[in-house]
Design a protein around this ligand. Structure first.
Ligand code: DQA
Length: 145
């Protein structure tokens, strides 16, 4: 069983980018933790970050073909703008969980709307990097139920 973890633009800067909002953990820390956690459950995790919308879309397309059961995605700013990422996720048959480190609903109004939420089976926001772990646990539990 395989899950794809996708991180959108600027998330490569985690740890040093607005740490008061996004925390001190780096993306490498988060991805390593998810991989370890998945292995314990007999799952495989592919992690991918891009600052480019099309590269994220290509990764979603690849997930349609390679047996990926679920996508955990933090689309970052594309959350609020990208019909194209929504369309790509609509072409993917597995489970989709949307994750945000910050509680987007407590922030600027332009962060309150998510295109990706129209497709997501679940949304986690405001729990920092813990949200990715919760998403992984939810995916594993739901798939094995
Ligand atoms: C984010 C929230 C988005 O509004 C923002 O553009 C990000 C990160 C989060 O994880 O809290 O880059 O997705």
């Amino acid at each position: 069983n395989k899950v794809l973890v996708l991180h959108g633009p600027n998330l490569n800067l985690l740890g040093s980018r607005q740490p008061e909002i996004y925390g001190r953990e780096t993306l490498g820390d988060i991805d390593n933790d998810l991989r370890q956690r998945a292995v314990l459950a007999g799952w495989e995790v592919d992690c991918f970050q891009s600052n480019h919308e099309g590269a994220l879309i290509d990764a979603i397309h690849a997930a349609r073909e390679d047996g990926t059961r679920a996508i955990i995605i933090n689309p970052a700013a594309y959350t609020h703008t990208s019909v194209a990422i929504l369309d790509a996720l609509n072409a993917f048959d597995g489970r989709v969980i949307e994750v945000h480190l910050s509680n987007v609903h407590r922030r600027e109004a332009f962060r309150h709307h998510s295109y990706v939420s129209l497709r997501a089976d679940g949304v986690i926001a405001g729990f920092g990097s813990q949200g990715y772990r919760a998403a992984l646990d939810a995916v594993i539990a739901a798939t094995e139920a």
